[in-house]
Design a protein around this ligand. Structure first.
Ligand SMILES: [Zn+2]
Length: 139
């Protein structure tokens, strides 16, 4: 069984062939929207869109599930987007990546534990996930 990526709301499969397919709209101008194909390999930030839909670096995008239309941007962690990953053993993880175009950081999280993180821009968001051990019992 391969690694699968799922919508956090409808649990529909977001990966088709070799891409994760999401709908995206520019936060500052929602008419500027289209489909975006992301590389499913953690740490690979290659993104493909139709030539009519240009992604502007530094702009924030709202990502939605192309199946159910739910917003995937995190309500809890500002500027991050969350989807689910199911690994080849059926274990589930939260995958967070930046909704701001050009920011490269990815977190793979299970429960409160960071299983993997990658990207040069992690330092921007590490504060979200670095919880002192003595405070964990309150989460
Ligand atoms: Zn969905």
């Amino acid at each position: 069984m391969a690694v699968e990526y799922l919508c956090k709301v409808c649990r529909g499969h977001l990966n088709v062939k070799t891409s994760i397919i999401l709908a995206a709209a520019k936060l500052s101008d929602r008419k500027h929207r289209g489909l975006i194909y992301l590389n499913p390999e953690l740490g690979n930030y290659t993104a493909t869109t139709h030539p009519s839909f240009h992604i502007n670096e530094g702009e924030e995008y709202i990502y939605t599930c192309p199946i159910c239309g739910a917003q995937l941007n995190s309500m809890k962690y500002l500027h991050l987007v969350r989807i689910l990953m199911k690994d080849d053993e059926g274990k589930e993880f939260n995958i967070y990546f930046s909704g701001i175009a050009g920011e490269k950081c990815t977190y793979k999280i299970r429960g409160n534990k960071i299983e993997a993180k990658t990207g040069p821009d992690l330092k921007i968001y590490d504060k979200y996930f670095e919880v002192p051990d003595q405070d964990r019992k309150y989460l």
